[in-house]
Design a protein around this ligand. Structure first.
Ligand SMILES: Nc1ncnc2c1ncn2[C@@H]1O[C@H](COP(=O)(O)OP(=O)(O)OP(=O)(O)O)[C@@H](O)[C@H]1O
Length: 348
Protein backbone atom coordinates (compact mmCIF):
# COMPACT_ATOMS: atom_id res chain seq x y z
CA UNK A 1 0.00 0.00 0.00
CA UNK A 2 2.93 2.30 0.74
CA UNK A 3 6.44 1.97 -0.66
CA UNK A 4 9.26 4.27 0.32
CA UNK A 5 12.60 3.75 -1.31
CA UNK A 6 15.77 5.80 -0.91
CA UNK A 7 13.85 8.76 0.50
CA UNK A 8 15.95 11.81 1.23
CA UNK A 9 14.74 15.28 2.14
CA UNK A 10 17.11 18.16 2.61
CA UNK A 11 16.50 21.77 3.57
CA UNK A 12 19.50 23.68 2.27
CA UNK A 13 22.51 21.82 3.68
CA UNK A 14 20.47 20.14 6.36
CA UNK A 15 19.21 16.59 5.81
CA UNK A 16 15.91 16.05 7.65
CA UNK A 17 15.48 12.51 6.25
CA UNK A 18 18.27 10.31 4.88
CA UNK A 19 18.14 6.98 2.96
CA UNK A 20 14.75 5.97 4.28
CA UNK A 21 13.30 2.67 3.02
CA UNK A 22 10.16 0.98 4.27
CA UNK A 23 6.97 -0.61 3.00
CA UNK A 24 3.57 -0.73 4.65
CA UNK A 25 1.22 -3.58 3.81
CA UNK A 26 -2.51 -3.26 3.17
CA UNK A 27 -4.44 -3.20 6.44
CA UNK A 28 -1.37 -2.68 8.59
CA UNK A 29 -0.91 -0.21 11.45
CA UNK A 30 2.63 1.04 11.10
CA UNK A 31 4.43 3.31 13.57
CA UNK A 32 7.21 5.81 13.00
CA UNK A 33 8.82 6.50 16.35
CA UNK A 34 11.65 8.77 17.35
CA UNK A 35 12.67 11.73 19.46
CA UNK A 36 12.03 15.36 18.52
CA UNK A 37 13.62 16.32 15.25
CA UNK A 38 14.09 12.70 14.11
CA UNK A 39 12.37 13.32 10.77
CA UNK A 40 8.96 11.77 11.48
CA UNK A 41 6.80 14.72 10.42
CA UNK A 42 8.89 15.26 7.31
CA UNK A 43 8.40 11.61 6.35
CA UNK A 44 4.64 11.80 6.92
CA UNK A 45 4.34 15.02 4.95
CA UNK A 46 6.11 13.36 2.05
CA UNK A 47 3.63 10.45 2.25
CA UNK A 48 0.77 12.97 2.28
CA UNK A 49 2.12 14.72 -0.80
CA UNK A 50 2.72 17.96 1.13
CA UNK A 51 6.51 17.91 0.93
CA UNK A 52 8.41 16.97 -2.19
CA UNK A 53 11.27 14.51 -1.66
CA UNK A 54 14.76 15.65 -2.63
CA UNK A 55 15.44 12.07 -3.70
CA UNK A 56 13.75 8.68 -3.72
CA UNK A 57 10.51 7.01 -4.72
CA UNK A 58 7.34 7.20 -2.66
CA UNK A 59 4.10 5.52 -3.71
CA UNK A 60 0.86 5.55 -1.74
CA UNK A 61 -2.19 3.50 -2.74
CA UNK A 62 -0.58 2.87 -6.12
CA UNK A 63 0.05 6.55 -6.91
CA UNK A 64 3.19 8.59 -6.75
CA UNK A 65 2.86 10.62 -3.53
CA UNK A 66 3.04 13.86 -5.52
CA UNK A 67 0.09 12.84 -7.75
CA UNK A 68 -2.99 14.90 -6.73
CA UNK A 69 -5.16 11.84 -7.40
CA UNK A 70 -3.40 10.10 -4.48
CA UNK A 71 -5.01 12.54 -2.04
CA UNK A 72 -8.47 11.15 -2.75
CA UNK A 73 -7.26 7.91 -1.14
CA UNK A 74 -5.59 9.56 1.82
CA UNK A 75 -6.66 10.98 5.18
CA UNK A 76 -4.00 13.14 6.81
CA UNK A 77 -3.99 14.28 10.42
CA UNK A 78 -1.35 16.97 10.95
CA UNK A 79 0.44 17.35 14.28
CA UNK A 80 -1.34 20.65 14.87
CA UNK A 81 -4.83 20.87 13.45
CA UNK A 82 -6.54 24.19 14.08
CA UNK A 83 -10.28 23.93 13.46
CA UNK A 84 -12.79 26.60 12.47
CA UNK A 85 -13.80 27.64 15.96
CA UNK A 86 -17.16 29.14 15.05
CA UNK A 87 -18.39 25.88 13.49
CA UNK A 88 -19.83 22.88 15.33
CA UNK A 89 -18.30 19.40 14.90
CA UNK A 90 -21.10 18.42 12.53
CA UNK A 91 -21.03 21.54 10.37
CA UNK A 92 -17.23 21.44 10.21
CA UNK A 93 -17.14 17.83 9.06
CA UNK A 94 -19.92 18.43 6.52
CA UNK A 95 -17.89 21.32 5.15
CA UNK A 96 -14.92 19.00 4.53
CA UNK A 97 -17.13 16.28 3.08
CA UNK A 98 -18.43 18.88 0.58
CA UNK A 99 -14.85 19.67 -0.42
CA UNK A 100 -14.48 16.01 -1.34
CA UNK A 101 -17.86 16.04 -3.16
CA UNK A 102 -19.27 13.40 -0.83
CA UNK A 103 -23.09 13.29 -1.27
CA UNK A 104 -24.80 14.79 1.80
CA UNK A 105 -26.60 11.59 2.88
CA UNK A 106 -23.44 9.51 2.64
CA UNK A 107 -21.47 12.22 4.43
CA UNK A 108 -23.96 12.45 7.30
CA UNK A 109 -23.91 8.71 7.82
CA UNK A 110 -20.12 8.60 7.69
CA UNK A 111 -19.72 11.54 10.05
CA UNK A 112 -22.13 10.17 12.65
CA UNK A 113 -20.48 6.74 12.49
CA UNK A 114 -17.02 8.26 13.03
CA UNK A 115 -18.23 10.47 15.89
CA UNK A 116 -20.00 7.50 17.50
CA UNK A 117 -16.87 5.37 17.33
CA UNK A 118 -14.83 8.23 18.77
CA UNK A 119 -17.48 8.66 21.49
CA UNK A 120 -17.73 12.36 20.79
CA UNK A 121 -20.37 14.29 22.73
CA UNK A 122 -21.42 17.90 22.14
CA UNK A 123 -21.63 17.58 18.38
CA UNK A 124 -23.54 20.84 18.13
CA UNK A 125 -21.25 22.83 20.39
CA UNK A 126 -19.04 25.57 18.92
CA UNK A 127 -15.57 24.07 18.32
CA UNK A 128 -13.95 27.03 20.05
CA UNK A 129 -15.62 25.86 23.26
CA UNK A 130 -14.72 22.16 23.27
CA UNK A 131 -11.79 20.45 25.02
CA UNK A 132 -8.43 19.73 23.41
CA UNK A 133 -9.24 16.00 23.34
CA UNK A 134 -12.53 16.65 21.55
CA UNK A 135 -10.80 18.88 19.03
CA UNK A 136 -8.33 16.10 18.31
CA UNK A 137 -11.19 13.66 17.82
CA UNK A 138 -12.93 16.03 15.41
CA UNK A 139 -9.68 16.34 13.46
CA UNK A 140 -9.47 12.54 13.34
CA UNK A 141 -13.08 12.35 12.10
CA UNK A 142 -12.15 14.92 9.44
CA UNK A 143 -9.45 12.54 8.13
CA UNK A 144 -12.19 9.99 7.45
CA UNK A 145 -14.82 12.03 5.59
CA UNK A 146 -13.55 10.94 2.17
CA UNK A 147 -13.42 7.27 3.29
CA UNK A 148 -9.70 6.96 2.42
CA UNK A 149 -7.77 3.69 2.16
CA UNK A 150 -4.70 5.15 3.85
CA UNK A 151 -4.51 7.23 7.00
CA UNK A 152 -1.41 9.19 7.92
CA UNK A 153 -1.57 10.51 11.47
CA UNK A 154 1.10 12.77 12.96
CA UNK A 155 1.27 12.31 16.74
CA UNK A 156 -2.47 11.56 17.06
CA UNK A 157 -2.30 11.11 20.84
CA UNK A 158 0.36 13.59 21.85
CA UNK A 159 -0.53 16.05 24.62
CA UNK A 160 -3.84 14.38 25.50
CA UNK A 161 -4.89 13.14 28.94
CA UNK A 162 -4.45 9.37 29.56
CA UNK A 163 -8.12 8.51 28.99
CA UNK A 164 -8.32 10.40 25.68
CA UNK A 165 -4.92 9.02 24.69
CA UNK A 166 -6.16 5.48 25.20
CA UNK A 167 -9.37 6.19 23.34
CA UNK A 168 -7.54 7.72 20.36
CA UNK A 169 -5.03 4.85 20.27
CA UNK A 170 -7.77 2.23 20.50
CA UNK A 171 -9.61 3.97 17.67
CA UNK A 172 -6.44 3.97 15.57
CA UNK A 173 -6.12 0.25 16.16
CA UNK A 174 -9.76 -0.33 15.23
CA UNK A 175 -9.27 1.40 11.89
CA UNK A 176 -7.31 -1.67 10.93
CA UNK A 177 -10.44 -3.81 11.42
CA UNK A 178 -12.25 -1.61 8.90
CA UNK A 179 -9.58 -2.36 6.30
CA UNK A 180 -7.66 0.90 6.53
CA UNK A 181 -3.90 1.14 6.35
CA UNK A 182 -2.54 3.45 9.02
CA UNK A 183 0.85 5.08 9.43
CA UNK A 184 1.34 7.15 12.51
CA UNK A 185 4.15 8.87 14.29
CA UNK A 186 4.89 9.15 17.97
CA UNK A 187 7.84 10.26 20.02
CA UNK A 188 6.72 7.81 22.66
CA UNK A 189 7.24 4.07 22.18
CA UNK A 190 4.45 3.35 24.67
CA UNK A 191 2.01 4.96 22.28
CA UNK A 192 2.82 2.50 19.55
CA UNK A 193 3.37 -0.60 21.64
CA UNK A 194 -0.19 -1.88 21.74
CA UNK A 195 -1.34 -0.38 18.45
CA UNK A 196 1.24 -1.09 15.77
CA UNK A 197 1.99 -4.24 13.88
CA UNK A 198 5.45 -2.95 13.04
CA UNK A 199 7.46 0.17 13.70
CA UNK A 200 10.54 1.94 12.47
CA UNK A 201 12.57 3.96 14.93
CA UNK A 202 14.09 7.12 13.46
CA UNK A 203 16.89 9.19 14.88
CA UNK A 204 18.54 12.19 13.29
CA UNK A 205 16.87 11.55 9.95
CA UNK A 206 17.72 7.86 9.68
CA UNK A 207 15.88 4.63 10.41
CA UNK A 208 17.91 3.05 13.22
CA UNK A 209 15.69 0.06 14.11
CA UNK A 210 12.69 -1.71 12.62
CA UNK A 211 10.35 -4.59 13.37
CA UNK A 212 7.71 -5.37 15.99
CA UNK A 213 8.05 -3.57 19.32
CA UNK A 214 8.67 -6.97 20.95
CA UNK A 215 11.35 -7.84 18.39
CA UNK A 216 13.04 -4.48 18.91
CA UNK A 217 12.86 -4.94 22.67
CA UNK A 218 14.47 -8.37 22.33
CA UNK A 219 17.30 -7.07 20.19
CA UNK A 220 18.03 -3.93 22.17
CA UNK A 221 17.38 -4.84 25.77
CA UNK A 222 18.84 -7.33 28.19
CA UNK A 223 17.16 -9.08 31.07
CA UNK A 224 18.87 -8.41 34.37
CA UNK A 225 18.59 -10.41 37.57
CA UNK A 226 18.49 -8.92 41.03
CA UNK A 227 19.62 -11.12 43.83
CA UNK A 228 18.50 -10.17 47.35
CA UNK A 229 20.69 -11.43 50.19
CA UNK A 230 20.75 -11.06 53.97
CA UNK A 231 24.43 -10.03 54.01
CA UNK A 232 26.54 -8.31 51.37
CA UNK A 233 28.21 -10.88 49.06
CA UNK A 234 31.98 -11.21 49.42
CA UNK A 235 33.76 -9.37 46.60
CA UNK A 236 34.91 -12.25 44.38
CA UNK A 237 36.87 -11.99 41.10
CA UNK A 238 33.81 -13.26 39.24
CA UNK A 239 31.59 -10.46 40.63
CA UNK A 240 34.25 -7.88 39.78
CA UNK A 241 34.45 -9.29 36.25
CA UNK A 242 30.64 -9.08 35.94
CA UNK A 243 30.70 -5.47 37.11
CA UNK A 244 28.07 -6.50 39.65
CA UNK A 245 27.02 -3.75 42.03
CA UNK A 246 25.50 -4.31 45.44
CA UNK A 247 23.18 -1.82 47.13
CA UNK A 248 21.72 -1.89 50.61
CA UNK A 249 17.92 -1.91 50.37
CA UNK A 250 16.19 -1.80 53.75
CA UNK A 251 17.49 -4.76 55.73
CA UNK A 252 18.65 -6.61 52.60
CA UNK A 253 21.33 -6.31 49.94
CA UNK A 254 20.56 -6.25 46.23
CA UNK A 255 23.09 -7.31 43.61
CA UNK A 256 22.26 -6.83 39.92
CA UNK A 257 23.74 -9.32 37.43
CA UNK A 258 23.11 -10.14 33.75
CA UNK A 259 22.44 -13.91 33.76
CA UNK A 260 21.32 -16.88 35.85
CA UNK A 261 24.90 -18.13 35.64
CA UNK A 262 25.97 -14.93 37.33
CA UNK A 263 23.28 -15.45 39.97
CA UNK A 264 25.19 -18.61 40.97
CA UNK A 265 28.31 -16.51 41.44
CA UNK A 266 26.39 -14.21 43.80
CA UNK A 267 25.09 -17.22 45.69
CA UNK A 268 28.65 -18.49 46.24
CA UNK A 269 29.88 -15.04 47.19
CA UNK A 270 27.15 -14.54 49.75
CA UNK A 271 27.74 -18.02 51.20
CA UNK A 272 31.43 -17.03 51.55
CA UNK A 273 30.25 -14.03 53.58
CA UNK A 274 28.13 -16.26 55.84
CA UNK A 275 24.73 -15.30 54.42
CA UNK A 276 22.18 -16.59 51.97
CA UNK A 277 20.02 -15.60 49.03
CA UNK A 278 16.50 -14.61 50.11
CA UNK A 279 14.94 -13.56 46.80
CA UNK A 280 15.74 -13.43 43.08
CA UNK A 281 13.94 -11.25 40.58
CA UNK A 282 14.38 -10.89 36.87
CA UNK A 283 13.82 -7.55 35.22
CA UNK A 284 12.80 -7.31 31.57
CA UNK A 285 14.19 -4.34 29.68
CA UNK A 286 11.68 -1.48 29.80
CA UNK A 287 10.80 0.39 26.64
CA UNK A 288 12.81 3.20 28.12
CA UNK A 289 15.92 1.02 28.31
CA UNK A 290 15.31 0.04 24.69
CA UNK A 291 14.86 3.60 23.51
CA UNK A 292 17.98 4.67 25.35
CA UNK A 293 19.94 1.86 23.73
CA UNK A 294 18.75 2.80 20.25
CA UNK A 295 18.84 6.58 20.26
CA UNK A 296 21.21 7.19 23.14
CA UNK A 297 18.91 9.52 25.08
CA UNK A 298 15.97 9.05 27.41
CA UNK A 299 12.51 8.54 26.03
CA UNK A 300 10.60 11.80 26.10
CA UNK A 301 7.01 12.17 27.26
CA UNK A 302 6.64 8.80 28.96
CA UNK A 303 3.56 8.14 30.99
CA UNK A 304 4.05 9.02 34.62
CA UNK A 305 3.02 7.08 37.66
CA UNK A 306 1.93 3.78 36.20
CA UNK A 307 5.17 2.52 34.76
CA UNK A 308 7.12 2.78 37.96
CA UNK A 309 10.76 3.28 38.66
CA UNK A 310 13.25 2.32 41.29
CA UNK A 311 11.69 1.60 44.66
CA UNK A 312 12.69 -0.14 47.84
CA UNK A 313 13.33 -3.39 46.08
CA UNK A 314 10.29 -5.20 47.40
CA UNK A 315 7.98 -5.05 44.36
CA UNK A 316 9.73 -3.22 41.63
CA UNK A 317 8.19 -2.67 38.23
CA UNK A 318 9.86 -4.79 35.57
CA UNK A 319 10.76 -7.57 37.90
CA UNK A 320 9.55 -11.06 37.35
CA UNK A 321 9.00 -14.25 39.17
CA UNK A 322 11.29 -16.86 37.69
CA UNK A 323 8.58 -19.39 38.37
CA UNK A 324 6.07 -17.40 36.29
CA UNK A 325 3.36 -17.14 38.93
CA UNK A 326 0.03 -15.59 37.87
CA UNK A 327 0.74 -12.71 40.26
CA UNK A 328 4.00 -12.12 38.45
CA UNK A 329 2.38 -12.23 35.04
CA UNK A 330 -0.11 -9.56 36.01
CA UNK A 331 2.66 -7.27 37.12
CA UNK A 332 4.45 -7.88 33.88
CA UNK A 333 1.39 -6.88 31.90
CA UNK A 334 1.04 -3.61 33.68
CA UNK A 335 4.58 -2.57 34.37
CA UNK A 336 6.83 -4.65 32.15
CA UNK A 337 8.12 -6.51 35.17
CA UNK A 338 6.95 -9.56 37.06
CA UNK A 339 7.54 -10.67 40.60
CA UNK A 340 10.36 -13.10 41.10
CA UNK A 341 10.54 -16.42 42.80
CA UNK A 342 11.50 -16.71 46.40
CA UNK A 343 14.99 -17.98 47.03
CA UNK A 344 13.59 -21.40 47.78
CA UNK A 345 11.62 -21.62 44.54
CA UNK A 346 14.53 -20.34 42.51
CA UNK A 347 17.09 -22.62 44.07
CA UNK A 348 15.21 -25.86 44.23
N1 LIG B 1 10.82 23.49 6.46
C1 LIG B 1 11.92 23.20 7.13
N2 LIG B 1 13.05 23.94 6.96
C2 LIG B 1 14.19 23.63 7.62
N3 LIG B 1 14.32 22.60 8.50
C3 LIG B 1 13.24 21.85 8.71
C4 LIG B 1 11.99 22.10 8.04
N4 LIG B 1 11.10 21.17 8.44
C5 LIG B 1 11.75 20.38 9.33
N5 LIG B 1 13.03 20.80 9.47
C6 LIG B 1 14.04 20.20 10.35
O1 LIG B 1 14.13 18.82 10.02
C7 LIG B 1 14.33 18.04 11.20
C8 LIG B 1 13.27 16.97 11.27
O2 LIG B 1 12.02 17.62 11.53
P1 LIG B 1 10.67 16.82 11.72
O3 LIG B 1 9.61 17.82 12.02
O4 LIG B 1 10.47 15.93 10.56
O5 LIG B 1 11.01 15.96 13.01
P2 LIG B 1 10.04 15.15 13.95
O6 LIG B 1 10.67 13.82 14.16
O7 LIG B 1 8.65 15.17 13.44
O8 LIG B 1 10.14 16.00 15.28
P3 LIG B 1 9.00 16.38 16.35
O9 LIG B 1 8.75 15.15 17.17
O10 LIG B 1 9.68 17.45 17.13
O11 LIG B 1 7.80 16.87 15.60
C9 LIG B 1 14.31 19.01 12.36
O12 LIG B 1 15.64 19.31 12.73
C10 LIG B 1 13.60 20.23 11.81
O13 LIG B 1 14.04 21.41 12.43
Amino acid sequence: MIEVSGLRKTYGDFAAVVDSDFAVEDGEVFGIVGPNGAGKTTTLKVLAGLVEPTDGEVTVAGFDASDPEMRRHLGFLPEESPLYEEMTARSYLRFFADLYDVPREVADERIEAALDRLELDHRERRLGDVSKGMKRKVAIARSLVNDPDVLVYDEPASGLDPVTTNSVLAFTRELRETGKTVVFSAHNLYHVESVCDRVVVMNEGRIVARGSVDGIRERHGETTYRVFTDVAPARTDRLTELDATTEEVGDRFRTAVPSMDAVAAVREAVADAGGEVVDIRSREPSLEDVFLDIVGRPMPGRYTGDLGGESDGADEPGESDESGTPEGDEEAGENGETKAATATEATE
